[in-house]
Design a protein around this ligand. Structure first.
Ligand SMILES: Cc1ncc(COP(=O)(O)O)c(C=O)c1O
Length: 391
């Protein structure tokens, strides 16, 4: 059955009911699936028949989750993974050969950067970074061996917006695979495939689960690319647990209402903090002061849940702010129902030199706020009381 609105599909898509006629999908905690006879088993292994064989390959809970994300992203096919990083690694590893080159935005998730920097050279896979503020330079960086263009938008934590349509057109012109990590926006706010992305990756650990419970990853996109990725993954085994797939699939039923509330809270908080004397700068894609406000409005339905503030001070000011927080959580995750504050310069990005941090928009006093679903008054009160303690 097809649905007019993806929000309905996110609620109504469900693995086929069993003879028990359950309303909510059961969890298929099983390693393998049985066959009626030798012929059915042979035909399934020969891929003449589509059936679940073994949960490292496919599982009904994973299939349900993937179907939902495909509908939300407008993708032909997809495959699920144990974490966002296993989705990223498997996608690259399946598509790249020794000697290939990746062209990536400089502002990407730290562990993805480590993959490019430390591990891919072992397999003779090279990369070049481009500046997210200078997309005009990207064409000149394409090499004969370039196979993939890779970006995140909005970026973490600077919330820079990359022009997906521009990069989609460029990728098509040069016959490159365009991959977008869409975990900050979610498919509810942004569908990169509409702008020419061939593949979209999610850390489902973030807003898709949205409650800080489970890890998960998903890659969706064109059928032929997904087939290559799926065949690599089913051999190498970074499979998503059926229980986690069930949890994330249930969470996706409330994705639209949760993300609406995340975005309302984030916009209100950003507006309030813009007027606060202890805050030097606020970055939020849907604030008119954001340098790419028009682009953000073109490719996103709302601004997402990440607000960054630059305090008037240095690394110590950032740490003092965190120490003054009373309600919000000091933790590594984002996209949770609970508001999370973090200080990239002393944690996730501490190993970078200050100049390298500046290149990706991370000032020493920058605070990243993953705005949650609590009442906005409580979020604002906690952040403002922490700001008010600063000298
Ligand atoms: C943009 C982005 N991509 C990928 C990942 C990796 O996801 P996971 O932690 O589920 O492996 C993260 C995690 O923080 C992220 O922020």
């Amino acid at each position: 059955m097809s649905y007019k609105n993806p929000e309905t599909a996110a609620i109504r898509i469900q693995t086929e009911r069993s003879h028990n006629q359950e309303h909510s999908a059961p969890v298929y905690l099983t390693s393998s699936f049985v066959f009626d006879d030798a012929e059915e088993m042979r035909a399934t292994f020969a891929e003449e028949k589509q059936r679940n064989i073994y949960s490292r390959y496919t599982n009904p809970n994973c299939a349900e989750l993937v179907e939902k994300v495909c509908v939300l992203e407008g993708a032909e096919a997809g495959t699920s993974f144990a974490t966002g990083m296993s989705a990223i690694f498997s996608t690259f590893a399946a598509l790249l050969d020794a000697g290939d080159h990746v062209l990536s935005a400089r502002s990407i998730f730290g562990n993805t950067h480590t993959l490019f920097q430390k591990y891919f050279p072992k397999w003779d896979i090279s990369h070049t970074y481009f500046d997210v503020h200078n997309l005009d330079s990207v064409a000149s960086l394409i090499q004969p061996t370039t196979k993939i263009i890779y970006v995140e938008s909005p970026t973490n934590p600077a919330t820079d917006i990359l022009d997906l349509e521009f990069l989609g057109t460029l990728s098509r012109k040069h016959n490159l695979i365009f991959i977008v990590d869409n975990c900050f926006a979610t498919p509810y706010l942004q569908q990169p495939i509409k702008y020419g992305a061939d593949l979209v990756i999610h850390s489902a650990t973030k807003l898709l689960d949205g409650q800080g419970r489970t890890m998960g990853g998903i890659t969706v996109g064109s059928e032929n690319l997904i087939d290559t990725i799926y065949r690599f993954a089913r051999i190498t085994g970074p499979s998503l647990s059926p229980f986690n797939a069930w949890t994330i699939s249930k969470s996706i039923e409330t994705l639209a209402v949760r993300v609406d509330r995340h975005c309302d809270n984030a916009l209100q908080l950003a507006k309030t903090l813009e007027a606060h004397p202890k805050v030097k700068k606020v970055r939020y894609p849907f604030l008119p002061s954001h340098p790419q406000y028009e682009l953000a409005k073109k490719q996103m339905k709302a601004g997402g849940n990440i607000v960054t503030i630059q305090l008037d001070g240095d690394v110590t000011t950032g740490r003092n702010f965190l120490n003054a927080i009373q309600m919000c959580s000091l933790t590594a995750n984002l996209g949770d129902s609970r508001t999370i504050v973090s200080h990239p310069a002393s944690t996730t990005h501490a190993k970078l030199h200050p100049e390298e941090r500046a290149q990706v928009g991370i000032a020493d006093s920058l605070i990243r706020i993953s705005v949650g679903l609590e009442h906005i008054e409580d979020i604002q009160q906690d952040i403002i009381q922490a700001l008010d303690t600063l000298k």
